[in-house]
Ligand binder design. Structure first.
Ligand code: GLU
Length: 375
């Protein structure tokens, strides 16, 4: 089996509406979903962390509301999502519970994944769910997302969530088993591409527009998703979900199109933090803290001796050693005002000083890129 699969400790699985919803009756395909829950339980049993990005709220809700077939107005899709999300979450909760899995509903908007401060919140909440052994079920918060601030398709949302969580692999379960050289069905010569090493203009042209009645994404948004994922070090695979136990089948070598990423997601994230971000301030730390960071620890307020600049929570700041030399960069967990009040203090004192329970670290090690000598 492919390394991208066997090595994936953290997986994001994207499920499109057309797999989940019975087209005739507009209800959840519970039997299929049960087989997926069994696959996920088996993966969790191997010690893997799994997050599901699921569509289906609008398709379920519009049926419950009796809205006519065809395009919905924005307000109608928002109302449908509000109604359908309840049924969707209920379906997951009930079927996953049968397999001994605890689920959590996480509704995100574009801003939650793109704006740094909110991104850190979403990331750390999902991180905590993983630690507690929960399977987060993510969807876009369609009820509040309007067209300008909306993904509109769960392919790109899933790719952003996967990169935000430094997932190793994004599995896109689709109604087709991969990317074809021409529309399958219409063309006898059409064949599936096993592996896409680089997303060239030719590959993008192949994607064409292949939407179904239920999902909003065709191959175009899947290729967009592959670009987002692979650029951040997350592998992606498109495979068919039109069979029972689709993840087990993938693990056993089912037909698919693989998009391998170069590098790993943690390294890609650190590169992004270290290179691309403009810093809004600086934290000067003591020698003990420099040594701790060198051992892979997070930066605690107790190790900070001075702060400089005006920054918001989630901004990038420089980390300076006692001699003032920049030894790295990181995304800071407190704004400059609160950071100023807790420097030099023990993490246990934070709640009393600030009046709220903040994070123990001022910069978490995952949010840090270091250029210490010898590291
Ligand atoms: N968020 C939408 C829903 O739950 C689905 C978007 C998509 O189909 O990609 O209905």
């Amino acid at each position: 089996m492919r390394k991208e699969w066997t090595d994936a400790r953290r997986l994001v699985v994207k499920i499109g509406s057309s797999l989940l919803i019975e087209p005739e009756r507009g209800t959840l395909k519970s039997n299929w979903l049960r087989t997926l829950a069994q696959d996920i339980a088996a993966l969790a049993g191997e010690g893997r962390e799994i997050l599901v990005v699921s569509s289906g709220a609008i398709a379920l809700g519009r049926r419950a509301l009796g809205l006519a077939p065809g395009r919905l107005r924005l307000e109608e899709s928002q109302a449908s999502a509000a109604v359908g999300q309840v049924a969707l979450a209920h379906g997951y909760e009930a079927l996953f519970r049968e397999e001994g899995l605890v689920t959590a509903q996480v509704l995100l908007t574009l801003g939650d994944t793109e704006e740094r401060r909110r991104y850190l919140n979403a990331r750390s909440t999902i991180q905590t769910l993983f630690k507690l052994g929960v399977v987060p079920i993510v969807n876009e918060n369609d009820t509040v997302a309007t067209s300008e601030i909306r993904y509109g398709d769960n392919d790109r949302l899933a790719a952003r969530v996967a990169t935000m969580m430094s997932a190793h692999l994004l599995v896109v379960l689709s109604d087709v088993d991969g990317l074809y050289t021409a529309p399958p069905g219409a063309n006898k010569e059409a064949h599936r591409i096993d592996e896409v090493r680089a997303i060239t203009p030719e590959i993008e042209a192949l994607a064409g527009a292949t939407g179904t009645d239920y999902g909003s994404g065709g191959m175009v948004t899947k290729i967009e998703a592959a670009k987002i994922a692979t650029a951040a070090g997350t592998h992606m695979v498109i495979t068919s979900g039109r069979r029972d136990h689709p993840l087990r089948a993938l693990g056993e070598g089912a037909p698919a199109t693989w998009f391998p990423a170069r590098g790993d997601p943690i390294a890609a994230r650190k590169r992004w933090i270290g290179g691309a971000l403009e810093t809004k301030g600086a934290l000067t730390i003591d020698a003990g803290a420099v040594a701790a960071l060198g051992r892979g620890k997070s930066l605690l307020p107790a190790g900070v001796v001075a702060i400089e600049g005006r920054f918001a929570r989630g901004d990038a700041v420089a980390i300076r050693g006692p001699d003032g030399r920049e030894i790295g960069r990181g995304l800071v967990a407190y704004d400059s005002q609160d950071a100023g009040r807790i420097v030099g203090r023990k993490s246990g004192e934070i709640a009393r000083i600030l009046g709220y329970e903040g994070r123990a670290e001022i910069i978490h090690r995952d949010d840090m890129s270091l250029n210490l000598k010898g590291s």
